[in-house]
Design a protein around this ligand. Structure first.
Ligand SMILES: Nc1ncnc2c1ncn2[C@@H]1O[C@H](COP(=O)(O)OP(=O)(O)OP(=O)(O)O)[C@@H](O)[C@H]1O
Length: 366
């Protein structure tokens, strides 16, 4: 799957543009502030209906414009095509079109255009709160296991209800018991799906990481969100008084984590910045690999400022891994020379020069 044509209008400083992308490697190069990241942001908006730079979409809309639009033609591996469009105006209206029809939800976009983003914010995967790692984990489970979304929605509903009863001091044990029952069913299902996914992810991640770094003591382990030797219902019963005092449910899959450790330490406390970046890349590449195996629905990689923090050897090793995935990749960099090695000679690489919001093709190889 690849974006063959990308049209961007009204995003940040970008001039309206139609970009004919390579199905494999696309390198956007140019000076600071020229608009490279904005291209990745436009693709992200199309795939996720949100930006990766801010929680609000309004700042993305070009000054003095009323709206922004991104449109893409997607070519699937089986030869079929999908057209996707998203537009957002200053009145907060978001319109999503899939093959010319209005779409109901952003989840439909996420299904059609699985995306992996590697950017400076990706460091939060290691250094941030467990929520970041749960999001990472759930991205993989969502794309690989179809029943995940319904279990996840049931968990959110039952948790919201239970927390509301806890907050309002409603002591009726039959009401709490009814929501606990639903909560435990959904939680166990989510736990099983996450566990199965991690079992698949771990060996792929280890193999990928070994191609980038020699870190055999780095481990990935899953914490499900409650005591591994107890049934969730038992834990909920045990914690009820404390949950009431706090006004929320402490244990459950909403507290799960994916722990990245080196011996007894959090990896983030030990690794250099460059090593952290490579671990994050290995995690995301492993996810993309599993996705393409499970659904032949490869994802698109957005790598903002790939060369930063990496020396030549590691840069080249990362390019090789991205190349082996055979996915479509959009990379930004200031100096295109830094991105010239690492690709196989037959891999199509398209270069685009971004200058003050204008994008011009600047070369094609293979
Ligand atoms: N709403 C907006 N309307 C117009 N211009 C904007 C808007 N928001 C941001 N900009 C400008 O658009 C440009 C966006 O640059 P972008 O972050 O895409 O640059 P970049 O090429 O990735 O730079 P760097 O190499 O520094 O990361 C900046 O010059 C910024 O000042």
């Amino acid at each position: 799957m690849a974006i063959s044509q990308l049209q961007i209008t009204g995003i940040r400083n970008l001039q309206p543009v139609t970009l004919h992308a390579s199905a494999r490697i696309n390198i956007l190069h140019g000076d600071n502030g020229s608009g490279k990241t904005s291209v990745l942001e436009a693709i992200h908006l199309l795939a996720m209906a949100r930006s990766f730079r801010s929680t609000r979409l309004q700042p993305m809309i070009q000054h003095e414009r009323a709206s922004c639009t991104v449109f893409a033609q997607i070519e699937h591996t089986d030869g079929s095509q999908t057209s996707l469009g998203i537009s957002r105006d200053r009145q907060s209206e978001l319109r999503i079109r899939i093959n010319g029809q209005n779409a109901r939800s952003a989840a439909q976009l996420a299904q059609l255009l699985p995306l992996q983003l590697i950017n400076p914010d990706s460091f939060r995967l290691l250094e941030g709160a467990p929520k970041m790692r749960r999001q990472f984990l759930d991205w993989g489970v969502f794309h690989v296991e179809h029943q995940f979304i319904s279990a996840w929605q049931r968990l959110q509903t039952s948790l919201k209800q239970r927390n509301s009863y806890l907050r309002h001091g409603i002591m009726d044990s039959s009401i709490i018991a009814a929501w606990d029952h639903e909560l435990c069913l959904a939680s166990n299902e989510i736990d099983q799906l996450r566990r199965a996914y991690i079992t698949q992810l771990k060996p792929v991640f280890e193999k990928t990481l070994a191609k980038l770094l020699n870190l055999p003591s780095l481990t990935l382990s899953y914490f499900r969100g409650w005591d591994k030797n107890s049934d969730l219902q038992e834990v909920l019963d045990r914690n009820l008084e404390r949950d009431k005092a706090l006004g929320y449910t402490q244990a459950g899959p909403q507290r799960a984590d994916l722990r990245v450790r080196i011996e007894k330490n959090n990896a983030v406390d030990i690794l250099s910045r460059g090593q952290q970046k490579l671990v994050i890349c290995a995690l995301r590449i492993a996810q993309g690999y599993l996705l393409s195996q499970a659904r032949r629905n490869e994802c698109i990689y957005l790598v903002d400022d790939l060369p930063s923090e990496l020396d030549e050897q590691h840069r080249s090793a990362l390019c090789q891994l991205l190349d082996e995935l055979e996915c479509q990749v959009f990379i930004t960099c200031v100096d295109k020379q830094l991105m010239s090695s690492g690709w196989r000679t037959d891999t199509p690489v398209s270069l685009f020069h971004v200058e003050q919001g204008q994008i011009t093709p600047s070369g094609v190889t293979a």
